[in-house]
Design a binder for this molecule. Structure first.
Ligand SMILES: C[S@@+](CC[C@H](N)C(=O)[O-])C[C@H]1O[C@@H](n2cnc3c(N)ncnc32)[C@H](O)[C@@H]1O
Length: 252
């Protein structure tokens, strides 16, 4: 499989929102910000879900994303809703922002898009550098299962006003040794003018709770909690979990 420069560009950025099967619940992040404080920063804010809903609640939340196309969409939605939002086109692992934040979060498992442990530690160091002393970071993670054989070649389609759009898995490598899943996705948009098609490699790199705890410590971050969606502590075999991280390592 070939490695594309960036996943969320061009046709994929256009189709991301209509094809999305998951919508972030803004209440979850509003409640995190209420407990950890403002200002807040969403990493991988994409086209603005949930950042714009949080701005609509009057919360002081900035955003960061590596994709210019996704940020263009966010700015257009913000303008349409009469909202202002400060967003930066940067990579999480190279973050260099003028503010420090009491809350830093990712909405969904965007951290799993960081391709190696080395990049993950750089991202964690960047989070450390942008947290206030009393700040907290919220990092959701998951362990992706391999796509089953009967799902290969299956397409999901959505009909919009002027197009039929589709996405499906063409091929996949799932490698436990490197904790990496490389999925070749095909995106299609069919309109009266014809069919546009693009193939993209969607790379996910996963961590166990114990492995991620070690990376966080390497980056100088204290692990405040590791929980499931209901806030209950998880074991090391958990497949979906959220880390709460802070800067104070005393007591660990
Ligand atoms: C699954 S999307 C979620 C976006 C957003 N929460 C939404 O729903 O609109 C992941 C986002 O992370 C961004 N992203 C991926 N890797 C990144 C990186 N290393 N640094 C910054 N942004 C990144 C992508 O451009 C994309 O917009």
């Amino acid at each position: 499989m070939t490695e594309p420069a960036d996943f969320y560009t061009g046709l994929v950025a256009d189709l991301y929102s209509p094809l999305r099967s998951f919508t972030a619940d803004p209440a979850r992040y509003a409640s995190f910000i209420a407990s950890s404080g403002e200002p807040a920063l969403e990493l991988g804010c994409g086209d603005g879900d949930p950042l714009l809903d949080l701005r609509a609640l009057g919360l002081d939340v900035d955003g960061v994303d590596s994709s210019a196309d996704m940020l263009d969409r966010l700015r257009a939605s913000a303008a349409a809703r009469g909202l202002s939002a400060t967003v930066y086109q940067q990579r999480i692992e190279d973050l260099d922002l003028p503010r420090r934040y009491r809350s830093i979060f990712l909405a969904g498992a965007t951290f799993n898009l960081l391709a190696t442990d080395e990049i993950a530690v750089r991202a964690l160091r960047a989070i450390h550098a942008h947290l206030t002393g009393d700040g907290t970071a919220l990092v959701p993670l998951f362990v992706p299962a391999p796509t089953s054989a009967d799902q290969l070649g299956e397409f999901r389609s959505v009909v919009t006003d002027d197009a039929t759009i589709r996405v499906g898995v063409i091929d996949e490598d799932w490698d436990a040794a490197t904790r990496t899943r490389r999925t070749l996705l095909r995106y299609e948009r069919e309109t009266a003018a014809g069919v546009e098609l693009v193939d993209r490699v969607w790379l996910l790199h996963w961590h166990t709770p114990a492995g991620f705890r070690a990376l966080a410590r390497e980056a100088g971050l204290a692990v405040l909690a590791v929980t499931d969606d209901d806030g209950a502590p998880v074991g090391d075999d958990a497949q979906e979990f959220t880390f709460r991280l802070g800067r104070d390592l005393s007591g660990q």
